[in-house]
Design a protein around this ligand. Structure first.
Ligand SMILES: [Zn+2]
Length: 430
């Protein structure tokens, strides 16, 4: 039985989760002088019955005093790679940069079997579930060397987890491969099952010309787009501009998500703001991936840390661009760290991206913003009528949230306190 630092409600169908701290972006109440919404949340039959200022909940309801613990809606991650996750449990990768990681993973994936892939995906989803994740998007390797069963295993996982984690899939391959007509047809066949597709953009020539037909095809089939863009520090990278121009020129109506955009942080101020203007005009969405960026940027064989970077999250948010944080690669050739815990990603991303008061002012990066990007039914606001899918942390403010790694949490689904923990490492078998 999981140990909770608070006593679980006797009747999960009707109780008050009282005296909680909710970030203002997730709550309609007026924040107090400390910037937090101090609230009593009434939970009724799996949903949120009401959110009231602390001390005003009806006295006849059973009351759990959370002692100003931080309450978030179920966590959301719009950029992961479940198909690659945890392969480093079975193989040691030579440390290198992005190009060497791509090479190593291209070779390594030939060892996957249907069973080993399914086991790694299940392990990853069990971890995410224990951390309070309610929805996530995973890229699915769609490059020509990809094994035929990868999409099938991912679609099976999506179906198996329906009702617990809303799993979206998005095919991924280098945009160079799209020159081949047969390859393009195969991607579209997969994309219609997955609902979206994307490509890896990293300094290829004539990007706008290559992108236009992808936008036209996505538009014709009503698909969303999800790109890996400019995953490097070199200011000569200009994939993001190409994506924005392609969206504008084609009048694309779907959602376009741009992952990474590290180079945007390397541009001078004038150029960065001009590109963000374009992104705004094109309606692009963004996701920054601090863990893999820290791992790969400027990595050289002599292991001397020099330049690091990630997308300019605070700047994008200040300009009103939808931006999220994601786990990206977990324990594979691209990144040896991570565990699909969005709060750990926020703590790290806040440190790398100079985000002040992360738990109070940036919780939207792992809740409401990715929910909007993914087009989820629930926007992640803790309000009357929303599902009681919540995560309560044993921390009262941003400082306490990151002082001891990541604090204990209580995952609440449909009002019920879950007895869950991340799976034992021994569950990962070759
Ligand atoms: Zn990625």
């Amino acid at each position: 039985m999981t140990h909770f630092w608070l006593s679980p409600p006797e009747n999960p169908d009707r109780y008050v989760l009282g005296n909680v701290h909710i970030p203002r972006d997730l709550c309609a109440l007026k924040p107090g002088p400390d910037g937090w919404c101090n609230a009593d949340v009434i939970i009724e039959n799996g949903a949120i019955g009401a959110v009231m200022p602390t001390g005003t909940a009806p006295p006849d309801l059973p009351f759990t005093d959370a002692g100003q613990s931080i309450l978030l809606s179920g966590l959301v991650d719009c950029h992961t790679h479940l198909d690659k996750a945890h392969v480093a449990a079975f193989e040691t990768f030579t440390p290198g940069d992005l190009a060497s990681a791509i090479e190593a993973m291209t070779r390594q994936k030939q060892t996957w079997t249907r069973q080993s892939l399914a086991a790694r995906v299940e392990f990853s989803l069990n971890s995410a579930w224990a951390y309070g994740v309610r929805a996530m998007r995973s890229h699915v390797d769609g490059s020509p060397g990809a094994l035929g069963f990868v999409t099938e295993v991912m679609v099976e996982a999506k179906q198996r987890w329906q009702g617990r984690i809303d799993l979206q899939l998005s095919s991924l391959a280098n945009i160079n491969y799209f020159e081949d007509d047969q390859f393009r047809d195969e991607v579209f066949a997969q994309a219609q099952i997955q609902g979206r597709f994307g490509a890896f953009l990293m300094g290829q020539p004539d990007l706008l010309l290559r992108l236009i037909p992808l936008f036209e095809m996505a538009d014709a089939y009503g698909l969303d787009l999800d790109f890996h863009v400019d995953e490097g520090l070199d200011p000569a990278l200009k994939g993001l501009e190409a994506v924005a121009y392609a969206a504008l020129q084609t009048g694309f109506k779907g959602t376009v998500l741009c992952g990474h955009c590290v180079a945007l942080s390397s541009y001078n101020r004038e150029r960065r703001e001009r590109v963000i203007d374009l992104a705004l005009e094109a309606g692009l969405h963004f996701v920054a991936l601090p863990s893999s960026n820290l791992y790969l940027q400027s990595r050289t064989p002599d292991n001397v840390p020099t330049l690091r970077g990630m997308g300019p999250v605070a700047r994008l948010a200040a300009r009103g661009v939808p931006v999220s944080l994601g786990a990206d690669n977990v324990r594979d050739g691209f990144c040896a760290f991570g565990d699909f815990d969005p709060m750990a990603v926020l703590n790290l991303g806040a440190q790398v991206g100079h985000l002040h008061e992360p738990a109070r002012d940036w919780a939207g990066l792992i809740t409401t913003n990715p929910a909007r990007t993914m087009g989820l039914k629930w926007n992640g606001k803790i309000e009357t009528g929303a599902p009681a899918d919540l995560v309560l942390f044993a921390a009262r403010n941003s400082g306490e949230m990151n002082l001891r790694g990541v604090p204990e949490r209580i995952v609440i689904r449909r009002g019920e306190w879950l007895n869950v923990a991340p799976p034992a490492f021994s569950e990962l078998m070759e």
